[in-house]
Design a protein around this ligand. Structure first.
Ligand code: LMR
Length: 393
């Protein structure tokens, strides 16, 4: 059966994680996988998560199955966190998923079930797993321009020109905030123009929200999503609690369809049925941690304060790296790093420079130049800037 099975191509992020782990050098610097790190390189369990887990261990009296959609309290709290009341709950169908990755996959399955000929439009630079997930669901993808590689900012003209070609019933995948990998986000006016374009073309936005809280703040980061949800008849959402609750390995995500009230029950049942086919019930523990935190004012305050501090640290790192690169290289080539949002930026480096950075200096960034600002610290920022200077001169 398996004689002719080809070896799969390893995902770029997973391959980089493995290469970093296998590197014996002491001073190696991990700017690869998108996880938060403290100044001393740890990815801690957040204090509110620890407290919520203790409560759950103490009070939980059954591990029996719940609904295919997962725990209702989790779904309600996540709806409020994401949508902030921008649309009435009668329009929202949602299910829990194992992480944001499965949320993306389940939304793709939903699109395929409803409209297999729909094209999913994806920004030219995107999370390396988006296209494999879309294709695994049997859908076709098209790319639209996003990053202006000259300025390091948004290619606004290219983006809107390309999206003029979307057909009615197509789906446009947008990063809710902290665009992965560029760190370049849509401004309020861009979201308004996006809503107008999608409305005119009859296309459906699909918001991937993996970093809410890491851009400008929890509500500000959801501003684009809320604007689209309030204005358009149909909006799809995949959200992750990996980063903002630090629940990576627990796999906590939500897939959501915002539709007309009379379609809500059909969408909820379809999403639940798709869960049944893929994994039946979503994992419960992480989602229960999230709903425990969000429904307890004191835990919520603690969580939000810790998240605010994480965001501030990543922003400080970003600015410090931009300054160090300006000083080390004597140029503004890396200025875009300082103005981006969230964990990532694309370092404008050639493939040869990226390889040299890894091989000669032990600095790990993705093959497209994506660097995770959370992996920087006061101990390694200068070394990192000097390594980049060395490979680019
Ligand atoms: C990343 O982009 O590095 C993270 O979202 C981790 C992942 O699953 O790829």
């Amino acid at each position: 059966m398996f004689e002719t099975l080809p070896a799969p191509k390893l995902d770029a992020i997973i391959a980089l994680m493995q290469a970093y782990a296998a590197d014996p050098r002491e001073g190696k610097i991990d700017l690869g996988v998108g996880v938060y790190r403290t100044e001393d390189g740890r990815t801690p369990v957040m204090a509110a998560v620890k407290a919520a887990e203790a409560q759950i261990v103490e009070t939980q009296d059954s591990k029996s199955y719940l609904a295919l959609a997962g725990d209702r309290a989790f779904l309600e709290q996540m709806e409020a966190l994401l949508l902030g009341g921008a649309v009435p709950s009668e329009r929202v169908a949602a299910v829990g998923t194992p992480g944001g990755t499965s949320a993306v996959r389940q939304i793709c399955e939903l699109v395929r079930t409803a409209r297999p000929e729909a094209v999913i439009w994806v920004s030219a630079q995107t999370w390396p797993n988006h296209l494999p997930l879309i294709r695994a669901a049997g859908l076709n993808a098209q790319s639209y321009r996003y990053l202006d590689t000259q300025s390091g900012g948004l290619d606004r003209a290219g983006l809107f020109a390309d999206l003029e070609h979307v057909s009615a019933g197509d789906v446009v995948l947008l990063h809710g905030c902290c665009h992965n990998p560029t760190g370049v986000d849509l401004a309020a006016q861009d979201w308004a123009d996006m809503a107008a374009l999608l409305e005119r073309r009859g296309a459906v936005p699909f918001i991937d929200m993996a970093y809410q809280g890491f851009g400008e703040g929890l509500d500000a980061d959801a501003g684009g999503l809320r604007h689209l949800a309030a204005r358009l008849p149909e909006v799809l959402v995949a959200a992750s609690c990996s980063k903002n609750f630090g629940l990576y390995r627990e796999r906590v995500g939500i897939a959501m369809a915002i539709v007309a009230p009379d379609r809500r029950d059909t969408l909820a049942a379809t999403l639940a049925g798709l869960n049944r086919q893929a994994f039946a019930f979503p994992p419960d523990h992480g989602g229960r941690v999230v709903s425990t935190i969000l429904s307890d004012p004191s835990l919520r305050r603690s969580w939000q304060a810790e998240l605010d501090a994480m965001r501030a640290r990543v922003q400080d790192n970003r600015r410090a790296l931009a300054d160090a690169l300006r000083a080390a290289t004597g140029s503004d080539r890396f200025a875009g790093v300082g103005s981006a949002q969230g964990m990532f930026s694309i370092l404008p480096l050639s493939p040869a420079e990226i390889t040299a950075l890894r091989d000669a200096h032990g600095v790990y960034v993705l093959g497209d130049g994506r660097a995770n600002m959370a992996g920087l610290s006061s101990r390694n920022i200068m070394a990192c800037a000097e390594a980049i200077r060395d490979v680019t001169r």
